[in-house]
Design a binder for this molecule. Structure first.
Ligand code: 4AD
Ligand code: MG
Length: 478
């Protein structure tokens, strides 16, 4: 059986004969003894291999460099050195895969995140990406565990779809038609009846509409899958391919929905603090080093403090109208420091406004509700004022929008009217409208951008660094 380095480091079975396998982080030592720091990704910590240099292993040792993979048979012993409890006295070392030190791009020193993005196939081997990868796994697990504990049923919604759930037209087409000389119809447009699915299809931007169908029978459901958006946003918070968690619950109103979202975020943050301590501590130190280069007033809160702060405070629930008043009278607005000046009701909020509300005004996470219907999707429940819809966006420090959701319009006539007003084709969406025809019920849901949650929990500043292989405009390598 393969024992992980994490297990070995926690073991007290001194004197046991063990085998350990992993990748060499560093090798140092003298003529007589060599020390190898070995890592297998099970933990941020390396195990130290102590090798007495002799005639048999001299040649092997000379070939062991940073990046090489090795297998070591040895004895687990109590370590005299500081920073570790155990180490391994090597009896036999075998090289599984050599690594040429002149070509291996990862040196035992700090590399920039930009450089690491260019070698995404190897960056898993750095402390930073090891930590992020393990936290990412823990957060996936926490999400499923949260919903499972609350009786939500996980449903898989399709990735290939003919509908545009958000109505924003930012979709990637899926086709098997030839790129050159695709068949056209009488009007000269591409004839999709000849395409694979016999119609125009895209990669999904959201699993919500299908999740709503399932909620109309199973009551509490959630999807957790990849979503694709062809929006040309080259920012630190946008990906063209990101993962989204979308719960949908029958009989939930907007308040139940807000409670659910707040509970979920707190559950995930607590899970990370309880289960990813070493990795978060490492990232916190890393972040503090980076913050030192910034002026005092631009430095962000220490990571663990920031995570605890979210756990300990209720999210502030504020209407869009109240938020606009706050923003209109704010210093950066009056002094024209915002890139987009807020001059009246109806304006769409930019990330600079969201962050002002969270970081400067309320100084805690904020849930904004009751947005103007013009800036929100067709499916949101219309309020009696005729102007606003029952939307809820959760805004987080350093991130801005982390969750977007709403109570849904369950009234058939109101929904169809709104779809027509917004130019959403009702013709192909009978399957969606049927839920409002047969036993419709009030219901609500939201979407959490998984990588935005990852940004928050890891304290990383760029979304490209919290997903193994980011997809962004003009970039689909690996
Ligand atoms: O606000 P959005 O567009 O809402 C929906 O898609 C709804 N169908 C959700 C629902 O009610 N079921 O997206 C939801 C969240 C955002 O709050 C943000 O966290 C994330 O998804 N998100 C992105 N994350 C990374 N890159 C992008 N391009 C993103 N666009 C949205
Ligand atoms: Mg949104």
């Amino acid at each position: 059986m393969i024992i992980s380095i994490k297990e070995l480091l926690n073991s007290e079975n001194y004197g046991n004969k063990v085998n350990v396998k992993g990748w060499v982080r560093t090798k140092r030592g003298s003529k007589n003894v060599a020390f190898i720091a070995l890592n297998d990704g099970s933990t941020i910590n390396n195990i130290q291999i102590v090798v007495e240099v002799n005639e048999q292993n001299e040649n092997i040792l000379a070939k062991i460099h940073t990046g090489a993979s090795i297998s070591v048979d040895g004895e687990l012993v109590k370590s005299e050195g500081k920073g570790q409890n155990v180490e391994i006295n090597s009896i036999k070392i075998e090289i599984l895969g050599e690594s040429n030190p002149d070509e291996y791009p990862l040196q035992p020193k700090k590399h920039s995140l930009e450089f690491l993005r260019e070698i995404a196939h190897l960056r898993f081997r750095t402390n930073t990406f090891g930590a992020i990868s393990r936290i990412r796994h823990a957060m996936i697990f926490a999400v499923h565990s949260f919903f499972n504990e609350r009786g939500f049923c996980n449903v898989h919604t399709p990735l290939i779809t003919a509908s545009d759930a958000e109505g924003a037209g930012e979709m990637f087409r899926v086709t098997t038609l030839p790129a050159k000389d695709a068949p056209t119809n009488e009007e000269g447009n591409v004839d999709f009846s000849n395409d694979f699915f016999g119609r125009e299809t895209n990669l999904t931007v959201s699993g919500q509409l299908e999740a709503e169908l399932a909620a109309m029978a199973l009551s509490k459901v959630y999807t957790f899958g990849p979503t694709f958006r062809a929006e040309n946003s080259n920012t630190t918070r946008h990906l063209a391919e990101f993962w989204m968690i979308e719960p949908e619950a029958a009989f939930y109103d907007i308040n139940d929905n807000m409670d659910l979202a707040e509970d979920m975020l707190k559950y995930c943050v607590k899970y990370a603090l309880d289960n990813c301590k070493e990795d978060i501590e490492f990232l916190s130190k890393r972040l503090q080093e980076e913050e030192k280069t910034k002026p005092q007033n631009e430095r962000s809160q220490e990571l663990i403090e920031k995570l605890n702060f979210v756990l300990e405070n209720n999210f502030e629930r504020v209407t869009y109208t109240e938020a606009i008043d706050i923003l209109r009278n704010s210093k950066p607005n009056k002094k024209k420091k915002f890139q987009y000046i807020i001059d009246g009701w109806g304006a769409d909020l930019q990330s600079e406004h969201e962050r002002y509300l969270v970081e400067k005004h309320f100084k805690k996470p904020v849930i904004l509700i009751d947005y103007p219907k013009e800036i929100k999707s067709f499916y949101m429940k219309q309020n009696d004022d005729g102007k606003t819809v029952r939307a809820m966006d959760i805004l987080f420090p350093g991130i801005g929008e982390i969750v977007g959701g709403s109570q849904r319009e369950e009234n058939y006539d109101k929904l169809v009217t709104r779809m027509n007003e917004m130019g959403v084709p009702t013709k192909d969406m009978n399957w969606y409208l049927d839920t409002r025809k047969f036993g419709t019920v009030p219901h609500s849901g939201f979407g959490l951008g998984f990588e935005r949650l990852m940004l928050f929990v890891t304290g990383m500043g760029n979304i490209r660094d919290v997903i193994p292989f980011p997809r962004t405009p003009k970039n689909a390598e690996f």
